[in-house]
Ligand binder design. Structure first.
Ligand code: NAP
Length: 247
């Protein structure tokens, strides 16, 4: 598999799954732009790591909820590299609470960061991808968008929303050669899941047929497949990378 000649944008590429996707794409020969919200040092470090593969790389400080900024970032990437072939909407947060205790802010922050961001960046890339006569949009959902999860009504709703959005986007833009798919990870070892207590962790592993947490590389390899021409006949699909958790 190779991504040579592809120009890619990964939102939330400073840490975790997004960083790993950016590194995997660069190893496969793609130019990669990343965005981040706060982690400037980490983002700059990622850019240096990406460039070691002989590709071009750049980081943008861009809150994913900012509609205008999304357009600015996308236009900048297209100006710099001439086209944008792959978008990975990865930026996301959790603010878990049982519904009875969930505040309006916890609901709004998660829905806006996880779902509106997908609208922002997908809308921004649609025209450049149409001009390039093709592209691949990869949206990072979650298995809880399929199964639901106590304590995560906001997060599950945002991730379920991503599935409906992606299928609609795919139906609107497939005739222009633009594909869109969702990766739905299960429990993956990153900072987002780093503060779960031992009991919760043990029960997640017990509910996972493969009996272990996933690694960011296992999500990144799926993203690389969806970014590549090897997946040329796949659109509107939801691919679980969850060790069998939600089957
Ligand atoms: P993470 O380690 O917490 O990293 C989150 C990334 O998103 C960081 O780069 C962060 O940037 C960026 N980000 C957060 N809010 C942002 C905003 N408003 N604007 C721009 N960037 C923002 O999380 P992760 O575990 O890698 O998760 C990545 C994606 O996978 C998320 O969509 C998450 O919902 C999904 N997912 C994760 C798991 C899991 O088990 N880890 C499971 C299913 C789905 P800063 O560094 O600047 O904060």
């Amino acid at each position: 598999m190779d991504l040579k000649g592809k120009n890619c944008l990964v939102t939330g590429g400073s840490r975790g799954i997004g960083r790993c996707i950016a590194e995997t794409f660069a190893k496969l020969g793609a130019n990669v732009a990343i965005t981040y919200a706060r982690s400037e040092d980490a983002a700059n470090e990622v850019v240096e790591v990406l460039k070691k593969n002989g590709v071009d790389a750049i980081a943008y400080q861009a809150d994913a909820v900012d509609f205008t900024k999304a357009e600015e970032v996308v236009n900048n990437v297209v100006e710099k590299w001439g086209s944008l072939n792959v978008l990975v909407n990865n930026a996301g947060i959790t603010k878990d609470n049982l519904l009875l205790r969930m505040s309006e802010d916890q609901w709004d922050d998660v829905i806006t960061t996880n779902l509106k961001s997908i609208f922002n960046y997908s809308k921004a890339v649609a025209k450049p991808m149409m001009r390039a006569r093709g592209g691949s949009v990869i949206n990072v959902g979650s298995v809880v968008g399929i199964s639901g999860n106590a304590g995560q009504s906001n997060y599950s709703a945002s991730k379920a929303g991503i599935i409906g959005f992606t299928k609609s986007f795919a139906k609107e833009l497939s005739s222009r050669g633009i594909r869109a798919n969702v990766i739905a990870p299960g429990y993956i070892t990153t900072e987002m899941t780093g503060n779960l207590d031992e009991k919760v962790l043990a029960s997640i592993k017990a509910e996972t047929p493969l009996g272990r947490a996933g690694e960011p590389e296992e999500v990144a390899n799926t993203a690389a497949f969806l970014a590549s021409d090897l997946s040329s006949y796949i659109t509107g699909e939801v691919i679980r990378v969850d060790g069998g958790m939600a089957m």
